[in-house]
Write a protein that binds this ligand. Sequence first.
Ligand SMILES: [Zn+2]
Length: 513
Amino acid sequence: MLSDIFVIAIFLTFLKHTKLFNPTYMKEKISTQHPKPLLSFLTFCFVLFVSVSFGQSSESLPAPVSQLTVNSNGDIYCEIHANDAASTLHHSMGKAKSGLMVNGSQKSASNSKKTATGATIFVDYYNADPNLPDEDFIIAATAFQSAVDTWASLLSSDVPIYVAAVFQPLVEGVLGSAGPTSIFANAPGLERNTWYGDALADKLTGEDLSPTTYDIVANFSTVFPNWYYGTDGNTPTGMYDFKSVVLHELGHGLGFFASLFVDNETGVGDYGFGIPNPVFPAIYDKLAYSSDGKSILKDNKYGNFTTELGDVLLSGPLTAKGPSTKSATQGKGAQVFTILDSNIFGEIPGLTDIWLPGSSYSHLDYVTYAGGPDGLMVPFLSTGVAFDTPGAIVLSIFDDMGWNGKVNREIQENPNDTTDDGDDPLAAAENVVALYPNPFTSSVNVTLLEGRSIKKAALTDASGYKYYIPKKSIDGKELAVLDLSGFSGKSGLYFLQITYNDGSSEVVKVYKQ
Ligand SMILES: [Zn+2]
């Protein structure tokens, strides 16, 4: 336990002093509220990359990347963030899906065989270390392939998944990194206004949304001396089980990552990777339940960027719940890692009881699961520990994100609550592509289908109170801004009734912060 803390401390210190990013500069440059490297990076990419396609119904941007570090006396520590060198490589790779196959033959979609169940995962293996002999490269690639085969047998997709596995001499202290290449929202088949990683988005839409790029890129260090490349699970003490680490990293690449975040200085919590707009949760976030058994994003209706959301994210223990997760846990839900509790670890300033960006919520709880069959996705891996499978609880989370069946819908906790038609505020809307921020404060942006424009709009609450939005407060057509600064209704749920230029109308749910 102590060595775990030591590793984290080392790593946080590294983050604090790293010059790879200059968050202050980013903050000024793009006016994001996040002084966090990952979020600044994503937001920056968003500005560069996504704004040009704004207005289209489907959106994508570079995805978060998980990175592994270790201390020679400690455990591997996994944190999702963006590192300059790693992310540059991640997001520059994949223009051509070709490379070495470990068995010597090059595979492509044309020679893939679709089986009734399972997924087809193609891996291109790159030896990017001139000092790595071919025979050692093949040993490492074989262990990597063993983890790939495990996931391929456990997930189901009609769309082949393309992975780049790059072996190279990473900087000292960094063992590897991995993640989806892009995240997608609002493609057909996805829950509306929700971010998905490449591979899961492809599975749910039934087509390769990024046909020229890899779905997952994984980098592993060739200069780290303590990998155990055997796949028999007999990992010696002092060695780290490479197959287990690849299983873990592919888990992140396949969708096991959150967009939730708490600023430890202000206590403000948010979801959406810090992207100013559109503000969407990740599909993984939608499984998040607070300790009182309520869905964080649905039932509690915390405003984004509020201390209320921050408080609940730090309150712990949080759970991930969906139909399969509940079934796998006797209804309790999967325990999700949030903070290192000082009641267990002792008080360590700057470490316990605070949000650990990229680690908190993107992993299963260390105290609950480490050392057991469901311990693959905890944030630390000790030497001598091996996993042959992700375990039932991790797999149930993949089920509930949509990997093996229908897309997750939040469980309706109260069957008598007939007012609840699901967690999607736009469920009933055909013409509204996006609506944000939601909850709103003083204005709402509404993105409509091509050719649509708003003739009039009104807000109604459950008691029948109605506020007609003045015509002068409705600006724009397919990208309309509703100025609600004159609306004095209290916080809570409203129905936004929109009447279009052709006289038709529809209703979407909005929340006032
Ligand atoms: Zn991880």
